[in-house]
Design a protein around this ligand. Structure first.
Ligand code: DC
Length: 229
């Protein structure tokens, strides 16, 4: 049974399953820190675009991202991602970043860099809910509690539309959103390094069948049942 002092919970799954929101709420309920690893890949994509780098020039990309010293400000909720000590704010959610991030996240050397950073963060924040695509499978294979969130493409497209509207960005047609999601799944699941997989020991939750509160309740109950109270 895991102890309360050294505890990492991983939440993996495809885009639009509500991972970030669920991870953040779960972390708050359990008094743990929340790590949004998608924000790290998004920050990398924003830097590549804003510095005019060629995404195919892996060495230049990794060297620039290393130089940016990506890290989080843990005083904000959710923790804000910083590059060169400056918060990137909404830049990481803009459409050009969302378009580039999936192919960029397929670069093996960039993933190695991110995995190292994420493990360092976990050393400094050992009580962590970590959310992404490879957290339970690659980054924290020994995590005592792992979840895999999933949902039907239609449900995920609807959620994506709501998120885009909330960010005051133009919302694409539903069919376009479904196609984007399928293509992104295909890329995330078939890349050579750190593909999206459901870890063997993860509990899979269909978030389409539950309310947000319902998902968080379920995960919280599961964590509390597994963690020595
Ligand atoms: O969860 P998100 O949409 O913010 O993730 C952005 C992108 O980063 C998405 O294409 C998947 C990728 N990603 C990844 O490859 N590995 C992670 N641990 C987190 C995100």
């Amino acid at each position: 049974m895991p102890s309360k002092s050294d505890l990492s919970i991983t939440i993996d799954g495809p885009a639009g399953t509500g991972k970030s929101t669920v991870a953040r709420l779960l972390a708050a309920r359990l008094g743990l820190d929340f790590l949004d690893t998608g924000a790290m890949y998004r920050a990398a994509a924003a830097i590549v675009i804003d510095h005019g780098l060629d995404p195919a020039d892996v060495d230049a990309v990794v060297s620039k991202i290393a130089d940016a010293d990506l890290h989080f400000d843990w005083q904000t909720d959710p923790p804000a991602i910083l590059a060169w000590m400056k918060p990137l704010n909404d830049r990481i959610r803009q459409a050009d970043v969302t378009k580039l991030v999936s192919p960029l996240a397929a670069l093996g050397e960039l993933r190695e860099h991110m995995v190292r950073k994420q493990r360092l963060i976990a050393q400094q924040h050992p009580r962590l809910v970590s959310e992404g695509r490879d957290q339970g499978s690659v980054v924290f294979p020994d995590a005592p509690v792992k979840f895999y969130l999933d949902a039907d493409v239609d449900v995920r497209a609807k959620r994506r539309a709501e998120q885009i509207a909330e960010a005051n960005q133009p919302v694409p047609e539903p069919e376009q959103l479904r196609t984007d999601i399928r293509e992104r799944d295909e890329r995330d699941m078939t890349r050579a390094v750190g593909p999206l997989v459901c870890p063997d020991d993860a509990l899979t939750v269909d978030t389409g069948a539950l309310s947000l509160e319902g998902v968080v309740d379920l995960l919280e109950a599961e964590c509390r049942a597994r963690i020595d109270a």
